[in-house]
Design a protein around this ligand. Structure first.
Ligand SMILES: *Cc1c(COP(=O)(O)O)cnc(C)c1O
Length: 470
């Protein structure tokens, strides 16, 4: 063991070797030295634990290559691109929606240049950052007024705080939603200072349940879109229109948290009909909240639309400053919304919509193209086949709804890494790739792969195959 320890190079010797690699030599010195130290400490631990027992395992060539790889990995940014081969379009863990090219350009310009963010070009005086998307949101949704905040969780929080702090909000027991990342209606309600008044049963709520719950301390009737689950069987929900009728009768405002918030009527596009923002407002909701980066396909944001007096009260709430939208988001949101002025253009150019509505024939063609590339590069290691399968919208939208697709299935041949081992290796490639495993095959869904990513998929699979560190 002592002999093995003596074979380890010094930090300075390793640093001198790494200097020959221009990419590594350009890294900050302190970062490089720490990474080399960590690498050598790892080797010491391997020797101590008996994982390294032979001088050949410490040959300078081998150690040098391993060290360069280790340092490169340690120096990489932590927040990185990932190839999404899962077929889940609004993948909550992989960044939800991708932006349309014009939205990316708008955000980039907002970052690189000064702007009229809070400057009124008509008067040359101070303006409002919220003004930029008010007109377009009114036009697209039919709302009297609009406000945007950091995300929909913030939109729900600030709306409840503004309208119902210290007073009661009536909600059906069937709509006490939890979405991923611990957003729960009862808890957001508690944080807003509003008092939750649950009515009805989990599966059935009637108009009389709301009407009976109203008292002098009631501030608001709330409907929450059960975005990520379905209650099926013996069920009854009170429609928004019915709720609005009760609200009018009792002089109470009605709010709907639409969650995903579609501007698109998907019923004609091979997807189940979902309530649109326009519909909710036409049905009489006084205020509606929804996300910018779910099915809308824009940046992370929370949109609040509705009656002018309510929106104005929310805008003036001091909490608004704490949940304020930033300029990059505003720029990307306005550009995305502008695409919706022509719904057909939005369907083509908003990546989330384009992926959700990709024709099965086009997906089959892309799958066959990918399979042909992979058959060449993985010959002898995996059986490669294009097989029918299903993708999901994700992000809590259209739960339980399968989108027909064609998958590329990789089934290991003699000696190739198992699907589980392959999944693990693909997390360490550059960029990493995330797919699915089903029936002893590793699956790639072309729905969420851009056309220009097919070659990259082959390249990262190649990296996963010949990683010499393993
Ligand atoms: C997703 C969702 C939210 C939270 O929206 P974020 O934009 O993720 O903050 C709130 N309510 C419902 C019903 C949702 O589906």
């Amino acid at each position: 063991m002592q002999q093995l320890f003596r074979l380890l190079p010094s930090v300075d010797a390793v640093l001198a070797d790494l200097a020959a690699d221009a990419g590594l030599a350009a890294l900050p010195r302190a970062l490089l030295r720490d990474a080399v130290n960590d690498f050598l400490n790892g080797l010491r631990a391997d020797i101590k634990a008996g994982r390294v027992t032979d001088a050949a395992q410490l040959a300078p060539q081998l150690v040098g290559a391993q060290c360069a790889r280790f340092v490169r990995a340690a120096a990489r940014p932590h927040f990185r691109r990932v190839v999404n081969a899962t077929g889940v379009v609004v993948h909550t863990n992989l960044g939800r929606s991708l932006l349309a090219p014009c939205a990316i350009a708008a955000a980039a310009e907002a970052c690189a240049r000064y702007s009229n963010l809070e400057f009124d070009l008509a008067t040359g005086e101070r303006g409002s950052r919220y003004s930029h998307v008010v007109d377009i949101l009114r036009r697209l949704t039919g709302a009297e007024a609009a406000l945007v905040v950091n995300n929909n969780a913030a939109a729900v929080l600030i709306t409840l705080e503004t309208l119902a702090k210290g007073r009661e909000v009536v909600v059906s027991r069937g709509q006490l939603v939890e979405i991923g990342g611990s957003f729960r209606i009862p808890e957001v309600m508690a944080k807003s200072g509003a008092i939750l008044r649950e009515v009805g049963a989990t599966n059935r709520t009637h108009p009389r349940d709301y009407a009976n719950a109203v008292n002098e301390n009631t501030a608001l009737l709330l409907k929450v879109h059960t975005s990520n689950y379905r209650i099926v069987g013996f069920t009854k929900e009170v429609s928004l229109a019915e709720l609005v009728a009760i609200g009018r009768d009792r002089g109470l405002p009605v709010m709907e948290d639409l969650g995903s918030g579609n501007l698109t009527d998907f019923a004609g596009l091979g997807l189940p009909g979902e309530p649109t923002v326009q519909r909710a407002l036409a049905d009489g909701a006084d205020v509606v909240t929804f996300s910018g980066d779910k099915v809308l396909g824009g940046p992370q944001a929370g949109v609040i639309v509705g009656k002018a007096a309510i929106i104005e009260a929310i805008r003036k709430n001091p909490l608004n400053r704490a949940v304020r939208i930033d300029k990059m988001t505003l720029a990307a949101l306005e550009a995305t919304l502008r695409l919706y002025l022509d719904p057909e253009r939005a369907r083509r150019e908003v990546p989330t919509l384009a992926m959700m509505t990709a024709p099965p024939g086009a997906l089959a063609k892309k799958a066959r193209r990918l399979a042909a590339i992979l058959k060449k590069s993985l010959a002898g290691r995996y059986a490669v086949a294009a097989v029918p399968g299903a993708s999901r919208v994700g992000g809590g939208a259209f739960p339980e709804h399968d989108l027909p697709t064609t998958l590329v299935a990789l089934t290991p041949l003699q000696g190739a890494p198992s699907p589980d081992a392959l999944r693990e290796r693909l997390l360490a490639t550059d960029p990493p790739l995330v797919g699915r495993i089903e029936d002893a095959a590793f699956l790639l869904d072309p729905r969420t792969l851009a056309d220009d990513e097919l070659g990259l998929v082959a390249a990262v699979l190649g990296q996963a195959m010949d990683d010499p560190a393993r």
